[in-house]
Design a protein around this ligand. Structure first.
Ligand code: PTJ
Length: 245
């Protein structure tokens, strides 16, 4: 870790970067994850490294679909595991959703490292990919899923998704909620709900929102979803990346 002083103007961003580097060193994050993180940093810079209104609205919609889900699942890749392990565990507990390891860059060792990492951060059960259950419409390593997890899920929460799988999950009739700093990505466009924000800021807010809405009547949750337009949210996010507002 670096010895950065809190007064450094890039303190927060540089510490998030350190978490990804540590993820690679621990065998949790792929080397490609560093490149993806850099892309995320660039988009975060454009939105002022702040959680904007379009993200707050998407967080409410994501909380509502997770609470209404019959079988929600949280999909975890190497970047998410490095950046927000505690929050993923808390999110799983509060939304009664199992965590499932699902990675794009195939590696049995890394899958195991992610599972161990999540357990170290308090997860009791972490589902792993299997050959018994496979997603349709996709050829990458991400097609291998757990029969009691992503395979039978009606809602999948996937921070930092790759576009192919998001498309496949949607074609299989599942709702997808994602966190993606790039409002132009295929995932952002295909997901049911896209939170355009840094996963590091978005997850604590999502947990807080689920806590707030936990006792809400299903009619109210359905109303939040019916008023939500992912297309409009992405337009607002895109405008923010271009104009700063
Ligand atoms: O561990 P693996 O093998 O599953 O690999 C994980 C990555 C993330 C490398 C893999 O899924 C991948 O290549 O993802 P993509 O297709 O590049 O999509 C990731 C998206 O997340 C991009 O649009 C990035 O801009 C965005 N992103 C990067 N960092 C963050 C982010 N979004 C939110 N918060 C971040 N910190």
């Amino acid at each position: 870790m670096n010895n950065l002083s809190k007064s450094h103007p890039r303190y927060v961003s540089l510490n998030i970067r350190e978490a990804i580097v540590a993820g690679v060193e621990q065998g949790v994050t792929s080397i490609h994850g560093l490149i993806v993180h850099g892309r995320g940093e660039a988009f975060d810079y454009l939105i002022g490294e702040k959680t904007r209104l379009f993200a707050i609205e998407a967080i409410a919609a994501a909380a509502a679909i997770l609470l209404l889900a019959e079988h929600p699942v949280i999909s975890v890749n190497g970047n998410a595991a490095a950046l927000v392990p505690d929050e993923l565990v808390d999110l799983g507990k509060i939304s009664n959703a199992p965590l499932e390891v699902n990675i794009f860059h195939a590696s049995k060792e890394r899958e195991k490292a992610i599972q161990n990492h999540l357990k170290k951060h308090g997860a009791s059960v972490v589902l792993m990919p299997t050959e018994q259950a496979q997603l349709s419409f996709i050829n990458s390593n991400r097609k291998f899923v757990h029969p009691d997890g992503i395979f039978k899920a009606d809602v999948v929460f996937v921070p930092l998704e790759d576009g192919d799988r998001c498309e496949a999950l949607r074609k299989m009739g599942k709702d997808v909620a994602t966190v993606d700093l790039n409002p132009m990505s295929r995932t952002a466009k295909r997901a049911s709900v896209t939170i355009v924000d840094n996963v590091v800021r978005a997850l604590p807010l999502l947990i807080q929102k689920i806590q707030e809405l936990k006792e809400a009547h299903p009619t109210m949750l359905k109303e939040i979803i019916s008023k939500y337009s992912n297309k409009e949210i992405l337009q607002d996010a895109l405008q923010c990346t271009r104009t700063g507002v």
